[in-house]
Design a protein. Sequence first.
Length: 534
Amino acid sequence: MTTYPSTDALPDLLTDSGVLQSFVRDADDALILLAPDGTVVYANDATSDLWGYAPASLTGGPVASLLPGTEAGEGYDRLRALARDPDDVEWGDGELTLEDADGEAVHAFVDLHDVAEADGDYLLARWRDITTRRRRERTLERLERVDALVRDVTQAVIDADDRGTVEETACEQLVATDPHVFAWFGRPRLTSADVEPVAWAAGNARASNYLDVVEVTTDDTATGQGPTGRALRTKSVVTVDDVDTDPRFSPWAGTAREHGFRSSAAVPVATGDTVYGALSVYADEAHAFDEVTDALAELGRLVASAIEASEQRKLLYADRVLELELRVTDTGGLIGATAALDCTLTLEGFVPDDPAVLYVDVDGVDPQRLLDHAGDALEHGRVVHTHEERAGGLVEAALADGDIVATLADAGARVQSAVVASGDGHFVVRAAPDADVRGIVDHVRRIHPNADLVSKREVDRQRRPFTDVRGEVHDRLTDRQHTALQTAYYAGYLRWPRESSGEDVAETMGVSPPTFYQHFRAGERKLFDAFFGE
Protein backbone atom coordinates (compact mmCIF):
# COMPACT_ATOMS: atom_id res chain seq x y z
CA MET A 1 0.00 0.00 0.00
CA THR A 2 1.38 3.38 -1.02
CA THR A 3 2.09 5.82 1.81
CA TYR A 4 1.99 9.55 0.97
CA PRO A 5 3.70 12.31 2.92
CA SER A 6 1.54 13.55 5.78
CA THR A 7 -0.41 16.74 5.25
CA ASP A 8 1.68 18.50 7.87
CA ALA A 9 4.85 17.71 5.92
CA LEU A 10 3.57 18.92 2.58
CA PRO A 11 4.42 22.63 2.91
CA ASP A 12 8.03 21.65 3.57
CA LEU A 13 7.96 19.25 0.65
CA LEU A 14 6.74 22.01 -1.62
CA THR A 15 9.05 24.74 -0.40
CA ASP A 16 12.13 22.52 -0.79
CA SER A 17 12.00 23.51 -4.46
CA GLY A 18 12.91 27.14 -5.02
CA VAL A 19 10.89 27.14 -8.25
CA LEU A 20 7.76 26.27 -6.26
CA GLN A 21 8.14 28.77 -3.42
CA SER A 22 6.19 31.46 -5.25
CA PHE A 23 3.34 28.98 -5.76
CA VAL A 24 2.91 28.46 -2.05
CA ARG A 25 3.21 32.14 -1.22
CA ASP A 26 0.55 33.13 -3.78
CA ALA A 27 -2.64 32.75 -1.78
CA ASP A 28 -4.85 34.05 -4.63
CA ASP A 29 -4.41 30.90 -6.71
CA ALA A 30 -5.78 27.49 -5.80
CA LEU A 31 -3.12 24.80 -5.35
CA ILE A 32 -3.55 21.04 -5.30
CA LEU A 33 -0.81 18.42 -5.12
CA LEU A 34 -1.52 15.11 -6.83
CA ALA A 35 0.07 11.77 -6.05
CA PRO A 36 1.03 9.57 -9.02
CA ASP A 37 -2.26 7.66 -8.74
CA GLY A 38 -4.30 10.88 -9.00
CA THR A 39 -5.12 11.26 -5.31
CA VAL A 40 -5.28 14.81 -3.97
CA VAL A 41 -2.77 14.93 -1.12
CA TYR A 42 -2.75 18.67 -0.53
CA ALA A 43 -5.15 21.56 -1.19
CA ASN A 44 -4.67 25.12 -0.02
CA ASP A 45 -7.43 27.40 1.31
CA ALA A 46 -7.96 29.06 -2.07
CA THR A 47 -9.40 25.84 -3.49
CA SER A 48 -12.60 26.50 -1.53
CA ASP A 49 -13.06 29.74 -3.51
CA LEU A 50 -12.62 27.92 -6.81
CA TRP A 51 -14.60 24.72 -6.25
CA GLY A 52 -16.68 25.55 -3.18
CA TYR A 53 -15.33 22.55 -1.23
CA ALA A 54 -13.37 22.75 2.02
CA PRO A 55 -9.71 21.78 1.41
CA ALA A 56 -9.96 18.94 3.90
CA SER A 57 -12.81 17.37 1.93
CA LEU A 58 -10.68 17.29 -1.22
CA THR A 59 -7.68 15.66 0.42
CA GLY A 60 -7.61 11.91 -0.13
CA GLY A 61 -10.06 12.00 -3.03
CA PRO A 62 -9.43 11.49 -6.74
CA VAL A 63 -8.68 14.56 -8.83
CA ALA A 64 -10.95 13.11 -11.56
CA SER A 65 -13.96 14.16 -9.45
CA LEU A 66 -12.95 17.80 -9.99
CA LEU A 67 -12.64 17.47 -13.78
CA PRO A 68 -16.01 17.04 -15.56
CA GLY A 69 -16.03 14.28 -18.15
CA THR A 70 -13.02 12.52 -16.65
CA GLU A 71 -13.30 8.87 -15.64
CA ALA A 72 -12.07 7.76 -12.21
CA GLY A 73 -8.33 7.06 -12.30
CA GLU A 74 -7.76 9.21 -15.41
CA GLY A 75 -7.40 12.63 -13.81
CA TYR A 76 -3.64 12.46 -13.24
CA ASP A 77 -2.97 11.21 -16.78
CA ARG A 78 -5.17 13.94 -18.26
CA LEU A 79 -3.28 16.68 -16.46
CA ARG A 80 0.09 15.02 -17.11
CA ALA A 81 -0.70 14.98 -20.86
CA LEU A 82 -1.55 18.67 -20.70
CA ALA A 83 1.77 19.37 -18.95
CA ARG A 84 3.66 17.50 -21.70
CA ASP A 85 1.76 19.18 -24.53
CA PRO A 86 0.50 22.57 -23.29
CA ASP A 87 -2.30 24.48 -24.99
CA ASP A 88 -1.55 27.84 -26.52
CA VAL A 89 -2.96 30.01 -23.72
CA GLU A 90 -1.86 33.30 -22.25
CA TRP A 91 -1.00 31.79 -18.84
CA GLY A 92 -0.04 28.34 -17.66
CA ASP A 93 -0.44 25.12 -19.60
CA GLY A 94 -4.10 25.16 -20.52
CA GLU A 95 -7.67 26.22 -19.81
CA LEU A 96 -10.20 23.82 -18.33
CA THR A 97 -13.90 24.06 -17.53
CA LEU A 98 -14.51 22.75 -14.04
CA GLU A 99 -17.65 22.29 -11.98
CA ASP A 100 -18.12 23.71 -8.49
CA ALA A 101 -20.02 22.26 -5.54
CA ASP A 102 -23.29 23.79 -6.84
CA GLY A 103 -22.87 22.27 -10.29
CA GLU A 104 -22.01 25.62 -11.89
CA ALA A 105 -19.33 25.85 -14.57
CA VAL A 106 -16.00 27.31 -13.48
CA HIS A 107 -13.38 28.41 -15.99
CA ALA A 108 -9.72 28.33 -14.96
CA PHE A 109 -6.21 28.39 -16.33
CA VAL A 110 -3.99 25.64 -14.92
CA ASP A 111 -0.21 25.74 -14.53
CA LEU A 112 1.39 22.32 -13.93
CA HIS A 113 4.76 21.45 -12.39
CA ASP A 114 6.46 18.17 -11.46
CA VAL A 115 7.45 17.53 -7.86
CA ALA A 116 9.87 14.57 -7.83
CA GLU A 117 9.66 12.22 -4.85
CA ALA A 118 11.13 8.81 -4.18
CA ASP A 119 7.77 7.12 -4.71
CA GLY A 120 7.07 8.81 -8.03
CA ASP A 121 6.40 12.13 -9.75
CA TYR A 122 3.87 14.24 -7.96
CA LEU A 123 2.07 16.93 -9.91
CA LEU A 124 1.43 20.40 -8.52
CA ALA A 125 -1.49 22.15 -10.20
CA ARG A 126 -1.96 25.87 -9.80
CA TRP A 127 -5.41 27.11 -10.82
CA ARG A 128 -6.33 30.69 -11.74
CA ASP A 129 -10.05 31.47 -11.80
CA ILE A 130 -11.14 33.30 -14.99
CA THR A 131 -14.88 32.58 -14.69
CA THR A 132 -15.91 36.24 -14.35
CA ARG A 133 -13.82 37.16 -17.35
CA ARG A 134 -15.24 34.37 -19.49
CA ARG A 135 -18.79 35.23 -18.46
CA ARG A 136 -18.20 38.86 -19.37
CA GLU A 137 -16.84 37.79 -22.75
CA ARG A 138 -19.84 35.52 -23.32
CA THR A 139 -22.19 38.35 -22.40
CA LEU A 140 -20.52 40.62 -24.95
CA GLU A 141 -20.74 37.84 -27.54
CA ARG A 142 -24.45 37.39 -26.80
CA LEU A 143 -25.08 41.13 -27.04
CA GLU A 144 -23.24 41.33 -30.36
CA ARG A 145 -25.13 38.28 -31.59
CA VAL A 146 -28.54 39.65 -30.67
CA ASP A 147 -27.72 43.15 -31.95
CA ALA A 148 -26.76 41.62 -35.29
CA LEU A 149 -29.92 39.56 -35.19
CA VAL A 150 -32.05 42.68 -34.62
CA ARG A 151 -30.45 44.29 -37.66
CA ASP A 152 -30.99 41.18 -39.79
CA VAL A 153 -34.62 40.79 -38.74
CA THR A 154 -35.30 44.49 -39.32
CA GLN A 155 -33.86 44.32 -42.82
CA ALA A 156 -35.76 41.12 -43.60
CA VAL A 157 -39.22 42.20 -42.40
CA ILE A 158 -39.21 45.87 -43.30
CA ASP A 159 -40.73 45.31 -46.74
CA ALA A 160 -42.82 42.23 -45.95
CA ASP A 161 -46.12 42.21 -47.84
CA ASP A 162 -48.31 40.95 -45.03
CA ARG A 163 -48.41 39.98 -41.38
CA GLY A 164 -47.91 36.29 -42.01
CA THR A 165 -44.71 36.96 -43.93
CA VAL A 166 -43.40 39.14 -41.09
CA GLU A 167 -44.06 36.38 -38.54
CA GLU A 168 -42.49 33.65 -40.68
CA THR A 169 -39.44 35.77 -41.54
CA ALA A 170 -38.80 36.65 -37.90
CA CYS A 171 -38.79 32.95 -36.95
CA GLU A 172 -36.48 32.04 -39.83
CA GLN A 173 -34.01 34.79 -38.95
CA LEU A 174 -33.93 33.71 -35.30
CA VAL A 175 -32.93 30.13 -36.02
CA ALA A 176 -30.33 31.24 -38.57
CA THR A 177 -28.20 32.41 -35.65
CA ASP A 178 -26.41 29.98 -33.29
CA PRO A 179 -27.17 28.73 -30.68
CA HIS A 180 -30.89 29.15 -31.53
CA VAL A 181 -32.45 25.92 -32.76
CA PHE A 182 -36.20 26.62 -32.77
CA ALA A 183 -38.52 29.64 -32.86
CA TRP A 184 -42.27 30.10 -33.16
CA PHE A 185 -44.76 32.95 -33.24
CA GLY A 186 -47.88 32.56 -31.14
CA ARG A 187 -51.04 34.67 -31.21
CA PRO A 188 -53.26 34.86 -28.10
CA ARG A 189 -57.00 34.29 -28.42
CA LEU A 190 -59.66 35.97 -26.30
CA THR A 191 -62.19 33.25 -27.01
CA SER A 192 -59.95 30.83 -25.11
CA ALA A 193 -56.72 30.88 -23.12
CA ASP A 194 -54.83 29.10 -25.90
CA VAL A 195 -51.82 30.56 -27.67
CA GLU A 196 -52.11 29.66 -31.36
CA PRO A 197 -48.86 28.92 -33.25
CA VAL A 198 -49.04 30.62 -36.64
CA ALA A 199 -45.40 30.51 -37.76
CA TRP A 200 -42.31 28.52 -36.79
CA ALA A 201 -38.84 27.53 -37.95
CA ALA A 202 -36.39 24.83 -36.84
CA GLY A 203 -32.62 24.87 -37.08
CA ASN A 204 -32.41 21.07 -37.21
CA ALA A 205 -34.62 18.01 -37.67
CA ARG A 206 -34.53 17.13 -33.97
CA ALA A 207 -36.32 20.37 -33.01
CA SER A 208 -38.86 20.44 -35.84
CA ASN A 209 -41.94 18.79 -34.29
CA TYR A 210 -41.83 20.49 -30.88
CA LEU A 211 -45.19 22.24 -31.33
CA ASP A 212 -46.92 18.95 -32.13
CA VAL A 213 -46.56 17.79 -28.54
CA VAL A 214 -46.80 20.92 -26.36
CA GLU A 215 -49.63 23.19 -25.22
CA VAL A 216 -49.16 26.82 -24.22
CA THR A 217 -51.82 29.06 -22.66
CA THR A 218 -52.12 32.48 -21.03
CA ASP A 219 -54.24 31.50 -18.01
CA ASP A 220 -53.35 30.68 -14.40
CA THR A 221 -52.76 26.98 -15.04
CA ALA A 222 -49.29 25.45 -15.24
CA THR A 223 -49.23 25.79 -19.05
CA GLY A 224 -49.83 29.53 -18.67
CA GLN A 225 -46.94 30.15 -16.28
CA GLY A 226 -44.14 29.52 -18.76
CA PRO A 227 -42.20 32.19 -20.61
CA THR A 228 -44.68 32.62 -23.49
CA GLY A 229 -47.79 33.00 -21.34
CA ARG A 230 -46.03 35.39 -18.96
CA ALA A 231 -44.59 37.47 -21.82
CA LEU A 232 -48.05 37.92 -23.33
CA ARG A 233 -49.57 38.95 -19.99
CA THR A 234 -46.81 41.29 -18.86
CA LYS A 235 -45.56 42.56 -22.24
CA SER A 236 -42.02 41.92 -20.95
CA VAL A 237 -39.28 39.57 -22.13
CA VAL A 238 -39.19 36.37 -20.05
CA THR A 239 -36.13 34.10 -20.11
CA VAL A 240 -35.46 30.59 -18.81
CA ASP A 241 -31.76 30.03 -18.14
CA ASP A 242 -32.02 26.25 -17.83
CA VAL A 243 -35.12 24.28 -18.80
CA ASP A 244 -34.10 21.50 -16.38
CA THR A 245 -34.05 23.65 -13.26
CA ASP A 246 -36.60 26.45 -13.78
CA PRO A 247 -39.91 25.35 -12.17
CA ARG A 248 -41.91 27.62 -14.48
CA PHE A 249 -40.82 25.43 -17.40
CA SER A 250 -41.67 22.11 -15.75
CA PRO A 251 -44.70 21.28 -18.00
CA TRP A 252 -42.42 21.23 -21.04
CA ALA A 253 -39.01 20.33 -19.54
CA GLY A 254 -38.95 16.67 -20.63
CA THR A 255 -40.11 17.45 -24.16
CA ALA A 256 -37.65 20.33 -24.41
CA ARG A 257 -34.75 18.04 -23.47
CA GLU A 258 -35.84 15.50 -26.08
CA HIS A 259 -35.73 18.24 -28.71
CA GLY A 260 -32.31 19.50 -27.65
CA PHE A 261 -33.40 22.69 -25.86
CA ARG A 262 -31.46 24.00 -22.85
CA SER A 263 -32.71 27.59 -22.48
CA SER A 264 -35.56 29.72 -23.77
CA ALA A 265 -36.78 33.29 -24.20
CA ALA A 266 -40.23 34.66 -24.97
CA VAL A 267 -40.43 38.11 -26.56
CA PRO A 268 -43.69 40.08 -26.60
CA VAL A 269 -44.52 41.55 -29.98
CA ALA A 270 -46.49 44.62 -29.00
CA THR A 271 -46.93 48.29 -29.78
CA GLY A 272 -48.91 50.63 -27.59
CA ASP A 273 -51.86 48.73 -26.16
CA THR A 274 -51.84 46.17 -28.96
CA VAL A 275 -50.27 42.76 -28.41
CA TYR A 276 -49.82 40.94 -31.71
CA GLY A 277 -48.32 37.86 -30.10
CA ALA A 278 -45.04 36.49 -28.79
CA LEU A 279 -41.85 35.19 -30.38
CA SER A 280 -40.55 32.18 -28.46
CA VAL A 281 -36.99 31.07 -29.17
CA TYR A 282 -35.00 28.10 -27.85
CA ALA A 283 -31.23 27.49 -27.66
CA ASP A 284 -29.18 24.32 -27.33
CA GLU A 285 -27.08 25.76 -24.52
CA ALA A 286 -27.97 27.02 -21.03
CA HIS A 287 -27.94 30.75 -20.22
CA ALA A 288 -28.06 31.65 -23.91
CA PHE A 289 -30.18 34.73 -23.20
CA ASP A 290 -28.36 36.18 -20.18
CA GLU A 291 -28.02 39.99 -20.27
CA VAL A 292 -29.79 40.42 -23.63
CA THR A 293 -33.38 41.11 -22.56
CA ASP A 294 -33.21 44.77 -23.63
CA ALA A 295 -32.05 43.82 -27.12
CA LEU A 296 -34.74 41.13 -27.35
CA ALA A 297 -37.38 43.67 -26.27
CA GLU A 298 -36.23 45.96 -29.07
CA LEU A 299 -36.54 43.03 -31.48
CA GLY A 300 -40.15 42.52 -30.37
CA ARG A 301 -40.98 46.19 -30.90
CA LEU A 302 -39.43 46.14 -34.39
CA VAL A 303 -41.43 43.08 -35.41
CA ALA A 304 -44.59 44.72 -34.02
CA SER A 305 -43.88 47.86 -36.04
CA ALA A 306 -43.35 45.76 -39.16
CA ILE A 307 -46.69 44.00 -38.63
CA GLU A 308 -48.43 47.33 -38.06
CA ALA A 309 -46.84 48.85 -41.16
CA SER A 310 -47.74 45.85 -43.35
CA GLU A 311 -51.38 46.01 -42.23
CA GLN A 312 -51.56 49.75 -42.89
CA ARG A 313 -49.92 49.37 -46.32
CA LYS A 314 -52.50 46.80 -47.32
CA LEU A 315 -55.29 49.15 -46.27
CA LEU A 316 -53.70 52.15 -47.97
CA TYR A 317 -53.25 50.52 -51.39
CA ALA A 318 -56.27 48.21 -51.54
CA ASP A 319 -58.86 48.97 -54.24
CA ARG A 320 -61.49 47.18 -52.20
CA VAL A 321 -61.64 47.36 -48.42
CA LEU A 322 -63.43 45.51 -45.68
CA GLU A 323 -65.91 47.70 -43.82
CA LEU A 324 -66.83 46.60 -40.32
CA GLU A 325 -69.41 47.99 -37.94
CA LEU A 326 -68.63 47.52 -34.27
CA ARG A 327 -70.89 48.15 -31.30
CA VAL A 328 -69.20 48.97 -28.01
CA THR A 329 -70.90 49.48 -24.66
CA ASP A 330 -69.22 50.57 -21.45
CA THR A 331 -70.06 52.10 -18.11
CA GLY A 332 -66.72 53.89 -17.67
CA GLY A 333 -64.54 56.40 -19.47
CA LEU A 334 -65.94 58.63 -22.21
CA ILE A 335 -68.41 55.99 -23.41
CA GLY A 336 -69.89 55.59 -19.93
CA ALA A 337 -70.00 59.36 -19.47
CA THR A 338 -72.47 59.70 -22.36
CA ALA A 339 -74.99 57.60 -20.42
CA ALA A 340 -74.51 59.47 -17.17
CA LEU A 341 -74.68 62.92 -18.81
CA ASP A 342 -77.18 62.12 -21.61
CA CYS A 343 -74.93 63.47 -24.36
CA THR A 344 -73.59 62.43 -27.74
CA LEU A 345 -69.95 62.23 -28.84
CA THR A 346 -68.80 62.26 -32.46
CA LEU A 347 -65.20 61.56 -33.45
CA GLU A 348 -63.77 64.48 -35.43
CA GLY A 349 -60.12 63.52 -35.63
CA PHE A 350 -57.35 61.31 -34.34
CA VAL A 351 -53.60 61.89 -33.95
CA PRO A 352 -51.59 58.64 -33.44
CA ASP A 353 -49.18 60.02 -30.85
CA ASP A 354 -48.11 58.36 -27.60
CA PRO A 355 -50.61 58.53 -26.09
CA ALA A 356 -52.99 58.90 -29.03
CA VAL A 357 -55.03 62.11 -29.03
CA LEU A 358 -58.73 62.18 -29.91
CA TYR A 359 -60.70 65.23 -31.03
CA VAL A 360 -64.35 64.72 -30.14
CA ASP A 361 -67.43 66.84 -30.75
CA VAL A 362 -69.67 66.99 -27.67
CA ASP A 363 -73.41 67.60 -28.04
CA GLY A 364 -75.88 68.07 -25.19
CA VAL A 365 -73.61 68.92 -22.27
CA ASP A 366 -70.90 71.40 -21.30
CA PRO A 367 -67.58 69.92 -22.55
CA GLN A 368 -65.77 70.62 -19.29
CA ARG A 369 -68.41 68.71 -17.39
CA LEU A 370 -67.78 65.71 -19.65
CA LEU A 371 -64.03 65.86 -18.97
CA ASP A 372 -64.60 66.20 -15.23
CA HIS A 373 -66.89 63.17 -15.24
CA ALA A 374 -64.36 61.04 -17.15
CA GLY A 375 -61.79 61.90 -14.46
CA ASP A 376 -59.02 59.34 -14.04
CA ALA A 377 -59.94 57.63 -17.31
CA LEU A 378 -58.18 60.51 -19.06
CA GLU A 379 -54.45 61.04 -19.17
CA HIS A 380 -55.06 64.44 -20.73
CA GLY A 381 -58.14 66.46 -21.58
CA ARG A 382 -59.00 70.05 -22.47
CA VAL A 383 -61.78 72.03 -24.07
CA VAL A 384 -60.71 73.36 -27.48
CA HIS A 385 -63.84 75.48 -27.93
CA THR A 386 -67.52 75.57 -27.00
CA HIS A 387 -70.50 75.88 -29.34
CA GLU A 388 -72.27 79.20 -29.30
CA GLU A 389 -75.69 78.02 -30.44
CA ARG A 390 -76.01 74.84 -28.37
CA ALA A 391 -74.59 73.03 -25.37
CA GLY A 392 -71.39 71.30 -26.36
CA GLY A 393 -68.07 71.93 -28.03
CA LEU A 394 -64.85 70.28 -29.14
CA VAL A 395 -62.62 68.45 -26.65
CA GLU A 396 -59.09 67.08 -26.96
CA ALA A 397 -58.57 63.89 -24.97
CA ALA A 398 -56.01 61.14 -24.42
CA LEU A 399 -57.24 58.09 -22.52
CA ALA A 400 -55.10 56.68 -19.72
CA ASP A 401 -55.67 53.02 -20.58
CA GLY A 402 -55.80 53.28 -24.35
CA ASP A 403 -58.70 53.98 -26.67
CA ILE A 404 -60.54 52.01 -29.30
CA VAL A 405 -59.42 54.26 -32.18
CA ALA A 406 -55.71 53.82 -31.42
CA THR A 407 -56.20 50.11 -30.76
CA LEU A 408 -57.85 49.64 -34.14
CA ALA A 409 -55.06 51.63 -35.82
CA ASP A 410 -52.49 49.33 -34.21
CA ALA A 411 -54.42 46.38 -35.63
CA GLY A 412 -54.23 47.84 -39.15
CA ALA A 413 -57.80 49.18 -39.23
CA ARG A 414 -58.96 52.76 -39.62
CA VAL A 415 -62.03 54.31 -38.01
CA GLN A 416 -64.18 56.07 -40.61
CA SER A 417 -66.81 57.32 -38.18
CA ALA A 418 -67.70 56.93 -34.54
CA VAL A 419 -70.76 58.08 -32.61
CA VAL A 420 -71.39 57.36 -28.94
CA ALA A 421 -74.66 58.11 -27.14
CA SER A 422 -76.13 56.85 -23.85
CA GLY A 423 -73.24 54.47 -23.24
CA ASP A 424 -73.65 52.84 -26.65
CA GLY A 425 -70.97 53.39 -29.31
CA HIS A 426 -71.10 52.59 -33.02
CA PHE A 427 -67.84 52.52 -34.97
CA VAL A 428 -67.49 52.11 -38.73
CA VAL A 429 -64.05 50.69 -39.44
CA ARG A 430 -62.14 49.93 -42.63
CA ALA A 431 -59.47 47.25 -42.99
CA ALA A 432 -57.66 45.43 -45.78
CA PRO A 433 -59.87 42.85 -47.56
CA ASP A 434 -57.89 39.89 -46.18
CA ALA A 435 -57.64 41.32 -42.65
CA ASP A 436 -58.04 39.02 -39.66
CA VAL A 437 -61.50 40.17 -38.55
CA ARG A 438 -61.49 38.02 -35.44
CA GLY A 439 -58.08 39.42 -34.52
CA ILE A 440 -59.36 42.99 -34.95
CA VAL A 441 -62.36 42.32 -32.69
CA ASP A 442 -60.06 40.60 -30.18
CA HIS A 443 -57.89 43.73 -30.07
CA VAL A 444 -60.91 45.88 -29.23
CA ARG A 445 -62.17 43.45 -26.60
CA ARG A 446 -58.95 43.75 -24.66
CA ILE A 447 -60.03 47.26 -23.59
CA HIS A 448 -63.78 46.90 -24.17
CA PRO A 449 -64.88 43.32 -23.35
CA ASN A 450 -68.47 44.04 -24.48
CA ALA A 451 -67.49 44.92 -28.06
CA ASP A 452 -69.43 43.08 -30.79
CA LEU A 453 -69.15 42.83 -34.55
CA VAL A 454 -72.46 44.02 -36.01
CA SER A 455 -71.73 43.67 -39.72
CA LYS A 456 -69.01 43.35 -42.32
CA ARG A 457 -68.95 43.94 -46.07
CA GLU A 458 -66.53 44.66 -48.88
CA VAL A 459 -66.75 48.09 -50.50
CA ASP A 460 -64.96 49.76 -53.40
CA ARG A 461 -62.58 52.51 -52.45
CA GLN A 462 -63.20 55.73 -54.27
CA ARG A 463 -59.85 57.21 -55.24
CA ARG A 464 -59.41 60.70 -56.58
CA PRO A 465 -56.35 61.58 -58.69
CA PHE A 466 -54.07 64.16 -57.13
CA THR A 467 -54.82 66.56 -59.97
CA ASP A 468 -58.51 66.47 -59.01
CA VAL A 469 -57.71 67.23 -55.38
CA ARG A 470 -55.37 70.03 -56.39
CA GLY A 471 -57.98 71.53 -58.70
CA GLU A 472 -60.65 71.26 -56.03
CA VAL A 473 -58.50 73.09 -53.48
CA HIS A 474 -57.64 75.76 -56.03
CA ASP A 475 -61.35 76.30 -56.74
CA ARG A 476 -62.10 76.67 -53.02
CA LEU A 477 -59.44 79.35 -52.47
CA THR A 478 -60.34 82.99 -53.02
CA ASP A 479 -57.98 85.08 -55.13
CA ARG A 480 -56.62 86.86 -52.03
CA GLN A 481 -56.12 83.54 -50.18
CA HIS A 482 -54.26 82.09 -53.16
CA THR A 483 -52.07 85.22 -53.42
CA ALA A 484 -51.32 85.16 -49.67
CA LEU A 485 -50.29 81.48 -49.77
CA GLN A 486 -48.24 81.82 -52.96
CA THR A 487 -46.43 84.98 -51.82
CA ALA A 488 -45.66 83.48 -48.40
CA TYR A 489 -44.32 80.30 -50.04
CA TYR A 490 -41.94 82.03 -52.46
CA ALA A 491 -40.86 84.69 -49.95
CA GLY A 492 -39.61 82.04 -47.51
CA TYR A 493 -42.24 82.73 -44.84
CA LEU A 494 -42.81 78.97 -44.47
CA ARG A 495 -39.10 78.14 -44.03
CA TRP A 496 -37.32 77.77 -40.70
CA PRO A 497 -35.78 80.11 -39.85
CA ARG A 498 -38.10 82.39 -41.77
CA GLU A 499 -36.57 84.35 -44.61
CA SER A 500 -39.43 86.88 -44.57
CA SER A 501 -41.73 88.01 -41.76
CA GLY A 502 -45.49 88.37 -41.98
CA GLU A 503 -45.00 92.12 -42.17
CA ASP A 504 -42.65 91.67 -45.16
CA VAL A 505 -45.21 89.55 -47.02
CA ALA A 506 -48.01 91.99 -46.18
CA GLU A 507 -45.93 94.87 -47.57
CA THR A 508 -45.27 92.90 -50.76
CA MET A 509 -49.02 92.27 -51.15
CA GLY A 510 -49.81 95.91 -50.35
CA VAL A 511 -52.09 95.01 -47.42
CA SER A 512 -51.91 95.39 -43.67
CA PRO A 513 -50.36 92.54 -41.62
CA PRO A 514 -53.75 91.59 -40.03
CA THR A 515 -55.29 91.31 -43.51
CA PHE A 516 -52.43 89.07 -44.70
CA TYR A 517 -52.78 86.81 -41.65
CA GLN A 518 -56.55 86.55 -42.18
CA HIS A 519 -56.21 85.44 -45.81
CA PHE A 520 -53.22 83.19 -45.09
CA ARG A 521 -54.89 81.34 -42.23
CA ALA A 522 -58.12 80.85 -44.18
CA GLY A 523 -56.25 79.42 -47.16
CA GLU A 524 -54.06 77.29 -44.91
CA ARG A 525 -57.17 75.80 -43.34
CA LYS A 526 -58.57 74.81 -46.74
CA LEU A 527 -55.30 73.09 -47.66
CA PHE A 528 -55.33 71.09 -44.42
CA ASP A 529 -59.01 70.22 -44.91
CA ALA A 530 -58.13 68.66 -48.27
CA PHE A 531 -55.37 66.56 -46.70
CA PHE A 532 -56.81 65.58 -43.30
CA GLY A 533 -60.56 65.89 -43.93
CA GLU A 534 -62.89 63.47 -45.65
